[in-house]
Write a protein that binds this ligand. Structure first.
Ligand SMILES: *Cc1c(COP(=O)(O)O)cnc(C)c1O
Length: 400
């Protein structure tokens, strides 16, 4: 079938939950992906901050092929080595003592909220069930994760959600201190918000959350599904703050595109759990964990993280020097960058695609750049050249 006929199928057979451009992608290599017409695109989306090692990475491909020939799935009824080795590695390189595996970011949020409820119930009784989350948060689309996701457009069609969630302005220390009470079971926060517009938490804010959670016996959950695993130049975003959570969710890049999520937790939280409390048929299978172990080892490499910091600083410096039209603010850390514009971010994304650059949005007015972490300076130069043209084309110039 021709690419155009295939794309037309979407109108008939796919649930209309996504708006996609009329391009059919066929393959990728490193920083680039290709469409059915052989056209090349520079990828500054990376499957939404997922393909940290880029496309068709030979090391990843080799692990997939070898493990696929050995064992793909057995379920959580049995032990396999990759599952255990990945948990061992995650624990060795984080604040955490134990790991629970799942299959996505939303499932990781779901599990973290459930674990917090179980912990609070055992330790304090059945009354301590409240959650505190923040404006512009995004934790996923399942009913539980959605309950702590603030955006009305995502929530309202599906109400009622889980009761007892309080939303507090992000980075507002006083409001957070007032809203976190003895009735709070857990506080969930992205140290650097992704979908909500690339908003960086202040150190005072995360420190205040930690202190207040300790005062009232609430658990602190960091959602590092997007900002974790090297994206901001440290393995974990929390490292740059010197504040540690009780639970941490990860997902997106952990297996470079195969679906996996995980909840990292302190021993105290794990002691509240017992067999049967939570589970998943697919989670932690030998194929996906073998791939994740390979990916995680590469992301942990200090030289790799130094590269992310170096190119991240270069990207930020180049962006600030460009004087792009219609820019209100440039935010972010490492290779998680948001450009807030006066105008429609989707129009910039479309204009960039036409010119061979994949970028995405983070809300209506923020253009988001989340390239594979293997990006080099030359790719950044190429991307910013296209971005500048796209912004000039998409944003009507206003009289000065
Ligand atoms: C993407 C994302 C999620 C949800 O992950 P899914 O795998 O899409 O369920 C949760 N939290 C954050 C911070 C995210 O960026």
């Amino acid at each position: 079938m021709e690419a155009e006929a295939l794309i037309a199928l979407a109108e008939r057979v796919l649930a209309p939950t996504y708006r996609r451009p009329p391009v059919l992608f066929t393959h990728g290599e490193g920083m680039y992906v290709y469409d059915a017409n052989g056209r090349r695109y520079l990828d500054f989306v990376a499957g939404i901050a997922v393909c940290a090692l880029g496309h068709a990475d030979p090391g990843v491909a080799q692990v997939i092929a070898e493990q696929a020939r050995r064992l793909v799935h057995l379920s959580n009824l049995y032990h396999t080595e990759p599952h255990l080795r990945l948990a061992e590695a995650l624990v060795a390189h984080s604040f955490a003592d134990r790991v629970f595996f799942c299959n996505s970011g939303a499932e990781a949020a779901e599990a973290a909220l459930k674990f917090a409820r179980k912990f609070a119930r055992l330790r304090f009784g059945p009354h301590k069930t409240g959650f505190v989350a923040f404006t512009h948060s995004f934790h996923g689309r399942t009913m539980g994760a959605l309950s702590v996701t603030e955006k009305p457009a995502y929530r309202e069609p599906f109400a009622p959600l889980i009761p007892g969630v309080t939303f507090v302005p992000f980075n507002d220390v006083e409001a957070a201190r007032a809203s976190i009470t003895e009735a709070t079971c857990a506080v969930i926060v992205e140290p650097i918000q992704g979908e909500g517009g690339v908003n960086v938490a202040t150190p005072e804010f995360l420190r205040a959350l930690r202190a207040r959670c300790d005062e009232v016996g609430a658990l602190l959950i960091f959602d590092e599904v997007q900002c974790g695993l090297g994206r901001t130049g440290t393995l974990w975003a929390y490292e740059a703050y010197g504040v540690e959570p009780d639970l941490l969710t990860v997902a997106k890049p952990l297996a470079n595109g195969l679906p996996i999520g995980a909840v990292l937790m302190r021993e105290a939280v794990a002691t509240a759990l017992q067999p049967g409390d939570h589970g998943s048929t697919f989670a932690g299978g030998p194929l996906v964990t073998a791939v994740a172990l390979h990916v995680f080892r590469r992301l942990c490499d200090p030289a790799f993280l130094a590269h992310v910091r170096e190119v991240g600083e270069y990207l930020m410096a180049r962006l600030r020097a460009l004087a792009l039209p219609g820019v209100k603010e440039i935010r972010g850390r490492g290779l998680l960058v948001g450009i807030e514009i006066e105008g429609d971010a989707r129009a910039v994304v479309a204009a960039a695609l036409e010119r061979g650059l994949l970028i995405t949005t983070a809300g209506d007015t923020v253009v988001r750049l989340v390239p594979p972490l293997i990006v080099e300076r030359a790719h950044i130069d190429e991307a910013l050249g296209i971005l500048e043209e796209a912004m000039r084309a998409a944003l009507p110039s206003r009289p000065s």
